[in-house]
Design a protein around this ligand. Structure first.
Ligand SMILES: NC(=O)c1ccc[n+]([C@@H]2O[C@H](COP(=O)([O-])OP(=O)(O)OC[C@H]3O[C@@H](n4cnc5c(N)ncnc54)[C@H](O)[C@@H]3O)[C@@H](O)[C@H]2O)c1
Ligand SMILES: [Fe+2]
Length: 376
């Protein structure tokens, strides 16, 4: 059993400036970020680096084309360290920039090019969701052999950043909606890894439960006091998303992520939101099909944190989440009835690394049933 605690070095700083002093930034550092983050937090201490803004290459989550353009514009021999400051999208691209360019982006994602790490990677998250700062995955929107668009994860331990720096103040500018969807994503990481049937470890359980405690306490405060309550709790949300990343690095994500990837790839639904659209229904199905075992433990844990009975735990969780972010049916994201069949095929064909972690065997029929029930 793989019991890696944390592969990289985990650091916490009060400010970007403290980080810059400690890491002695210089001209061989590639600072990959967003302009608005740079202007707000990094202008003074980041200016000696080579600075590249992601938005110059298009909006939204990383795609094959976007990463190809980024590779074309940033010379491989022009930097020794990558400092990725941003949400999951920026950190995932940063991970790719730390690799030797052994093939095209398409070849990398379809496992036709070797993964070799060449540069040091420093990950600084500015959302509280993906946990990408500690994980061995980089996710991108790609086109498969049929020309269909989906999201694929490139998985390799060589992608785990060597240095992780948590700087809670960087989240102050994060608007409520991306904050909420990223926090729900982190909660889903914690839950999917907790329920992972074969790969859950002592470490994943410990970190997963702690992440759930922190996130649900934060949600409870927001539910009672409103969105501003998050601002006094940003450090906890950032810590929790990192813990959830450590949990799923070991135990893996599962059904929710597998089924959300075609949705994100085709309709550009933000990652956390597309997961959220499926999460409640997936848990309901798990509970209906296999109520004994780990889901009973999960319900106990949720009831302990939120109050209420174990029986009502999933319902209470859904009600609390609804106060954080309104749950929309898939059709409101552009999902069509005909997608049910096509997306189910795509999940089976491309997402086996996630499908195998499902709490109950994930058949095509079950996938279709969940999509259908989330559709209306
Ligand atoms: N590698 C992994 O382990 C892993 C895990 C889950 C998801 N992902 C990937 O991560 C991406 C999603 O990441 P995300 O949820 O962090 O969203 P994101 O990186 O797409 O960011 C969401 C939005 O918030 C903005 N933003 C980020 N930080 C901000 C800040 N501090 N202030 C103001 N605005 C800010 C971004 O510019 C963007 O518009 C997806 O591409 C997903 O596939 C990766
Ligand atoms: Fe996720």
């Amino acid at each position: 059993m793989r019991e890696i605690l944390i592969k990289g070095q985990l650091n916490k700083f009060q400010s970007f400036s403290d980080f810059a002093d400690e890491f002695q930034l210089g001209e061989r550092d590639l600072l990959f970020t967003n302009q608005f983050l740079y202007d707000e937090f990094m202008e003074e201490k980041g200016k000696q680096c080579q600075i590249v803004f992601q938005e110059k290459f298009g909006a939204g989550e990383p795609s094959e084309e976007m990463i190809t353009e980024i590779f074309r514009n940033i010379k491989e021999d022009s930097y020794d360290r990558v400092i990725a400051v941003g949400g999951g999208a920026i950190m995932d691209i940063g991970k790719l920039l730390s690799l030797k360019r052994t093939g095209t982006v398409h070849e990398l994602f379809f496992k036709e090019a070797e993964v070799i790490r060449e540069k040091q990677m420093i990950a600084i998250p500015t959302t509280c969701g993906t946990g990408s700062e500690v994980t061995n995955i980089s996710v991108a929107i790609v086109k498969d052999a049929n020309g269909d668009t989906t999201k694929l994860g490139l998985v390799s331990d060589l992608l785990i950043p060597q240095e992780v720096c948590l700087i809670p103040e960087l989240l102050i500018t994060l608007p409520y909606k991306p904050f909420a969807s990223s926090a729900i994503d982190a909660l889903i990481h914690a839950v999917e890894s907790y329920l992972s049937p074969a790969r859950a470890t002592m470490t994943s359980e410990l970190y997963g439960v702690k992440a759930m405690e922190l996130i649900l306490e934060g949600f409870r405060r927001i539910g009672e006091e409103g969105p501003k309550a998050r601002l006094d709790y940003l450090e906890e949300f950032l810590t929790a998303s990192c813990y959830a990343g450590i949990a799923f690095l070991q135990a893996g994500c599962a059904t929710v992520h597998a089924m959300s990837f075609p949705l994100g790839g085709t309709y550009g639904v933000p990652h956390g939101e597309s997961n959220y659209a499926l999460f409640g229904k997936v848990l309901e199905k798990y509970d209906a099909i296999k109520p004994e075992g780990k889901i009973a433990e999960l319900k106990k844990t949720i009831a302990r944190i939120l109050g209420g009975t174990e029986e009502d735990a999933l319902k209470n969780l859904a009600a609390l989440e609804e106060r954080i972010l309104h749950l929309k049916p898939l059709r409101e994201y552009g999902f069509k009835e005909s997608d049910i069949e096509v997306f189910a095929d795509s999940v089976i064909e491309h997402q086996q690394r996630l499908v195998t972690n499902s709490y109950v065997p994930l058949t095509k029929e079950l996938i279709k049933e969940i999509y259908r029930e989330c559709y209306e």
